[in-house]
Design a protein around this ligand. Structure first.
Ligand SMILES: Nc1nc2c(ncn2[C@@H]2O[C@H](COP(=O)(O)OP(=O)(O)OP(=O)(O)O)[C@@H](O)[C@H]2O)c(=O)[nH]1
Length: 217
């Protein structure tokens, strides 16, 4: 073992699988996290894309995240079970401006349950509402999101792959949860600071705003 390995310890590897309808922003989320870029142009993922990113969690723990970006059209296909198999984390992603993408998560989650029901360890499941830069076009009620989380014990996240808002934090929290590491408030704020969003976007939700949203999903 080299000196640097001794200092840092070996990397932990986590497999995270990103699921959800086409165009909800899975590839954008993965590229924002892994490459810190965003493309406006939609390019459909056929089958699977794959990203790797190394992060450091509190306690100097090195973690390599394998992000499996699964094409939205794979639901109902033969390969989906194989993509999900062995995942330690599942991100169920929807577009907050698209009700159908939220409602269809039930189907995606059913596949996850079917694949993992025999497994000894269950993956951590995270519900991710994407495109919060389009808050004015939101059609999925925050309440619905929260209820879905509570009923199924999901962790809850709201992000924008476009601006980068809360994207790093989302992956960091998921990795920490899987490894049983508790992030304190200062660490979460620090990670937001270090991965600042583009432009002058104000982080969402603004205090006291959640109850006032007029929603119709
Ligand atoms: N405004 C906004 N647009 C976004 C955001 N994330 C993704 N998009 C746009 O939404 C479209 C679809 O994004 P993708 O990341 O390709 O969606 P996907 O879920 O990977 O789609 P499939 O490959 O079909 O499964 C693209 O035009 C993106 O630029 C976001 O946070 N905000």
């Amino acid at each position: 073992m080299s000196d640097s390995e001794e200092e840092e310890g070996p990397d932990r590897q986590l497999k995270l699988v990103v699921l959800g309808d086409g165009t909800c922003g899975k590839t954008s989320l993965a590229t924002r996290f892994a490459q810190e870029t965003f493309g406006k142009q939609y390019k459909q993922t056929i089958g699977l894309d794959f990203f790797l990113k190394r992060i450091i969690l509190p306690g100097n723990l090195n973690v390599t995240l394998q992000v499996w970006d699964v094409g939205g059209q794979t639901i109902g296909g033969k390969m989906l079970d194989k993509y999900i198999y062995g995942a330690q984390g599942i991100l169920l992603v929807y577009d907050i401006t698209n009700c159908q993408s939220f409602e269809n998560l039930e189907d995606w989650y059913n596949v996850v349950k079917k694949v993992t029901e025999e497994s000894e360890t269950q993956p951590l499941v995270a519900l991710v509402g994407n495109k919060i830069d389009l808050e004015h076009m939101r059609t999925v009620k925050v309440d619905k999101h929260q209820r879905f989380c509570q009923e199924n014990n999901f962790s809850s996240h709201f992000v924008s792959a476009k601006t980068g808002d809360s994207v790093f934090l989302c992956f960091q929290r998921i990795a920490a949860d899987i490894l049983g590491i508790k992030l304190n408030k200062a660490e979460m704020e620090q990670s937001q600071q270090n991965h600042k969003m583009e432009g002058d976007h104000v982080p969402w939700p603004h205090q006291g705003e959640v109850q006032q949203l007029s929603l119709n999903c």
